[in-house]
Design a protein around this ligand. Structure first.
Ligand code: O2Y
Ligand code: MN
Length: 598
């Protein structure tokens, strides 16, 4: 419990509104985790996995309607509509509070209300934030134990500072006396609301128990609310992995990289370097909070304590370190549970004879639906929740409260054509333009069929305010950091030949590209100037042992000016939606690029 009056008053107010049967203050202990898991196993909500194969691990199946973030039910409820901008859904905060208060009334009946004190970032770090999530889901409590720092120490800090970010969550499924609970309680889509009251740093989530909708420290706090706070306070909250790359001489480089989903962010964060003597260590796989330090450089922390990774595709060839991280103490959601009580998912790289699928039905890999399509055992957005501390390549300084100094920003997306493997920005402003116009193909089809989705800094669903102001904040941070600003690069691991073959091997081999970036920072290699940026010259990027035909390399490094020009109209159209909030410097960069392309 706490002596903090503000916190006690808020908890009492929520209790009065939601009328739970009981209130439990969480302490983040192992005993608490074990007790809640035992209760969920007893109720049938959780499956205890084989202790020999998967120690201290559990599997859950969600309701089939509650499997991912719900962007169309996610709102930025700023007082001024203009503050939400073109990338967010907006509702008037007074109206939304009225709607949600009606939904919250009595919504925890028959359930326990858990009060979770948690810190995003190492407890007490000058970059960290203290918060409280109130939830009626024990699944959420256990996931929060892994993904954040849950501790009574946070209550002590709140008593000192009188500051915390309130996050309210309910699955929206009250129980009548004697009513038996379902395995995964939630509300129908039209009753789900993921609301951010950005003028008062308040989060209200209703109706979903899944991932980003329910673990409120992650996308809601660490990105949407934090991006707002960061803009006001002069720092950055970004959708970026953080890694340390160390060269054979022991020099460390810190890289923060932004990619839209399905571009291998977790894989890159845990990359196994193939460059002799160079080593990657993971600091974070999803979110970076970055603040200028006393020396004027930009310091980053990972505000999370775990990974909420996509299971399908996680395999020994793609990410052995993620597999190792979830070898024990993990939670799996919507994967296949095998007869020997282990887990399996598509593209895991191991054979599976069958088991129970994510819908809790008997399943074998040869099963087909009415149209003859293979039935997947795991949901494509099935997840593992794993402790960062269990990742074999976690950086020894990943919890340094001061953070790590960022040398390099990497932006990118999935582009089967046009974008070369790597290019460097001429300067920070040009880098902002690159990040702001980053795009990914919605399909892996050929160039003319592929729909481009612009996703500035991979932040589209997570910018908690007007996207034009967000781009301006990037320019302002560049001004503040001056010559200490990180160097900016754009990568594309996904180029294909006309007949659909990958041009670049990717995965561990991406370390060759990271090495070129580090060598650039150190001034060890030059670059050739092209219309779109600086690119490796012949021999600058080590290709030894790769067996890439010269024609393929030429294709990977090609800048086809005409093709580039043809994509500029799309970028211009996209940016036009930012209206008069589009920074002048974005327009200048666009004009300069047009000129360079001729
Ligand atoms: O579907 C969800 O709720 C999870 S979304 C997610 C989870 C981990 C890391 N990134 C994301 C994302 O959507 O960017
Ligand atoms: Mn993410």
């Amino acid at each position: 419990m706490t002596k903090n009056k503000k916190l006690l008053a808020w908890v009492a107010e929520v209790e009065k509104m939601c009328t739970p049967d009981r209130v439990v203050w969480c302490d983040g202990s192992k005993a608490e985790y074990d007790r809640l898991m035992a209760e969920m196993v007893a109720s049938g909500a959780a499956i205890k996995l084989n202790e020999e194969k998967r120690p201290n691990s559990f599997a859950f199946n969600s309701d089939p309607s509650d499997v991912a973030r719900v962007e169309n039910r996610t709102y930025i409820a700023s007082v001024n509509k203009e503050d939400a901008g073109p990338t967010n859904n907006w509702i008037d905060p007074v109206e939304l509070k009225k709607t949600m208060t009606e939904l919250y009334a009595g919504c925890m009946k028959g359930r326990t209300m858990y009060v979770i004190p948690f810190s995003m970032g190492p407890i007490g770090s000058p970059i960290a934030k203290n918060a409280i999530e109130i939830t009626d889901s024990p699944y959420v409590v256990c996931n929060m134990h892994i993904m954040t720092r849950v501790s009574t120490e946070v209550l002590r800090l709140i008593e000192k500072t009188d500051e915390f970010i309130p996050c309210l969550h309910s699955v929206g499924a009250p129980l009548e006396p004697g009513q038996k609970d379902v395995r995964w309680p939630c509300a129908p889509l039209e009753k789900k609301y993921i609301a951010h009251f950005t003028d008062e740093n308040l989060i209200w989530s209703y109706g979903s128990g899944y991932g980003g909708n329910a673990l409120l420290g992650k996308k809601c706090l660490a990105l949407r609310i934090a991006s707002n706070m960061a803009r006001k306070e002069g720092w950055m909250a970004e959708h970026m992995l953080i890694l340390r790359f160390t060269n054979p001489e022991g020099k460390q480089f810190h890289i923060a990289a932004a990619f839209p989903s399905a571009c291998g962010k977790t894989n890159l964060a845990m990359l196994q370097s193939t460059v002799p003597g160079w080593k990657v260590e993971t600091i974070g796989d999803d979110i970076a909070w970055m603040k200028p330090g006393p020396d004027g450089r930009l310091y980053a922390i990972n505000p999370e304590a775990g990974f909420f990774g996509v299971a399908p595709g996680t395999a020994a060839y793609s990410n052995p370190m993620a597999l190792a991280a979830c070898a024990k103490d993990a939670i799996f959601t919507n994967v296949v549970v095998t007869p020997d009580l282990d887990v399996w998912w598509e593209d895991m790289g191991v054979k599976c004879e069958g088991g129970t699928d994510w819908k809790n039905n008997p399943w074998t890999p040869d099963m087909k639906d009415a149209e003859g399509k293979k039935i997947k055992g795991a949901h494509p957005n099935s997840r593992f929740t794993a402790r960062a501390a269990n990742c074999p390549v976690i950086c020894p300084d990943w919890e340094d409260p001061a953070g790590v100094p960022i040398d390099i920003f990497v932006f990118g997306g999935k582009r089967t054509a046009v974008m070369p493997l790597v290019h460097e920005a001429f300067n920070f402003e040009h880098g902002v333009y690159m990040g702001a116009t980053a795009s990914s193909e919605a399909t892996a089809a050929s160039l003319d069929q592929a729909a481009l989705r612009f996703d500035p800094f991979a932040m589209t669903p997570f910018i908690g305010y007007h996207a034009g102001d967000y781009l301006q904040h990037w320019f302002d941070m560049g001004d503040l950091l001056g010559d200490k600003a990180p160097r900016c690069f754009y990568v594309n691991w996904f180029r294909k030949t006309d007949d659909g073959k990958w041009l670049w091997p990717g995965f561990g081999e991406n370390s060759r590209v990271l090495k070129w970036m580090c060598d650039r920072v150190e001034g060890k290699v030059g670059a050739r100037e092209t219309a779109i940026g600086l690119m490796p010259r012949e021999g600058d990027l080590t290709l030894e042992g790769l067996n890439i035909p010269a024609a393929d390399w030429a294709e990977l490094m090609k800048v086809d000016k005409e093709l580039f020009k043809s994509t500029l109209a799309d970028a211009e159209k996209y940016l036009a939606a930012f209206g008069d909030k589009l920074p002048v410097r974005m327009k200048e960069q666009l004009e300069a690029l047009k000129k360079r392309l001729g």
